[in-house]
Design a protein around this ligand. Sequence first.
Ligand SMILES: [Fe+2]
Ligand SMILES: [Fe+2]
Length: 197
Amino acid sequence: MKTLNIETATNLLHEKMKNKNLRRHCYAVGKVLHAYHDFYEREDRDVDSLSANEWEIVGLLHDSDYEITKDDWSLHTVMLLEWLKDYEVKDEMLNVFRSHNTKITNLRNPETLLEWTLECSDELTGFIVAVALVMPGKNLDEVTVERVLKRFKQKEFARAVDRSQIMQCVEKVNVPVDKFVEIALDAMKQNSELLGL
Ligand SMILES: [Fe+2]
Ligand SMILES: [Fe+2]
């Protein structure tokens, strides 16, 4: 059995996914999940007995099979779960992957704080990238929570992003939308070089 840590998870991601932008999405979700974990811990919330690094690994890997499975969405996460049979991985982490593409795979409904945080933040990271790319410097420097929230209301802007999936954070993880955006934005700013922004 192989060990799963940030390094081996990154190696697995790089082995299976070659597109730089797709990889950056995975890095972004990893970093924001790490930051949400720290936030919840400060708030004394239940983080499913997983560490911040384990939350980050979930983010790094959640779409790692996407480049290979994109023409057959029924395999998205199913293939990842196959790969992970070679690794020692906690059930709480495998469950997140089971819940990630569940509208198609029907493997598991999201339930835990991590599962719902991934569900709410997955699209948000892409939305924040879209907001950054229309700023004059085309980077995260000038992006603010207010700017992101204003763009949310503009239906024509990044119209492929399902706002309701992000807004669920209020109900599902009990964090107000502005705070939820702030945590993701700060985490992405702190990792702007990794994200190429
Ligand atoms: Fe996905
Ligand atoms: Fe994703």
